[in-house]
Design a protein around this ligand. Structure first.
Ligand code: 5GP
Length: 183
């Protein structure tokens, strides 16, 4: 059956299918379960984009862990990645093993800033898991322990990623026709 969003003329094509995402999330969850066995793991994501990935990933991790959320608002392109934290974590992370869960890392500036903020809170460890890595656009060197897919320099929607608040619910990751976002 044709899904309605695939008939939307603004969607170019499916880049990563629902099935490919599910298989990769299962693999990542398995690796994380092994690496964090008997540790005090907390998964953290930034609202709203990372929530879909976090929800699937945490159900593929079979070690005890908790989840927490932050929200940020950008100061704009000249801010070097500095963001205002508009919703902070509910719980302290001192001495805990923190895994930052990201939907996509693009320039890396936002995450780089957030990692600095979190490091000051003295977690036992701090690592990064991203579903999508737009590595050709990276401006800072970031350690990424868990990576789902490398993606090209295109504007992507779906599986948490939006354009003006919509398309987060697409089960796959899709590219948009250039005229939709380039103008
Ligand atoms: P960075 O600081 O790494 O440049 O910014 C990362 C953020 O930019 C992501 O969390 C996401 O909100 C946004 N972003 C980067 N690339 C894309 C994309 O292809 N599609 C969408 N919807 N957002 C993107």
């Amino acid at each position: 059956m044709m899904r309605a969003h695939l008939a939307d003329s603004r969607i170019d094509r499916i880049l990563i299918s629902e099935e490919q995402i599910a298989a990769r999330v299962t693999e990542l969850g398995h690796r994380i379960s092994c690496d964090y066995a008997a540790r005090d793991l907390v998964l953290i994501t930034v609202l709203k984009g990372g929530t879909i990935f976090l929800a699937d990933l945490c159900r593929r991790i079979d070690t005890v862990h908790s989840i927490d959320f932050m929200a940020v608002s950008s100061y704009g392109p000249g801010a070097g990645g500095a963001v205002a934290i508009t919703k902070d974590l509910d719980d302290a992370i001192e001495d805990r093993d923190v895994l930052m869960v990201e939907d996509i890392i693009d320039t890396g500036l936002t995450l780089n800033y957030l990692l600095k903020v979190l490091r000051q809170r003295r977690p036992a460890s701090l690592a990064v898991c991203t579903l999508l890595d737009k590595d050709v656009r990276r401006l800072v060197d970031l350690p990424i322990e868990y990576r789902g897919f490398e993606v090209p320099d295109r504007f992507l929607v779906g599986y948490g990623l939006d354009l003006d608040g919509i398309w987060r619910n697409l089960p796959s990751v899709a590219t948009l026709r250039e005229e939709v976002w380039d103008g």
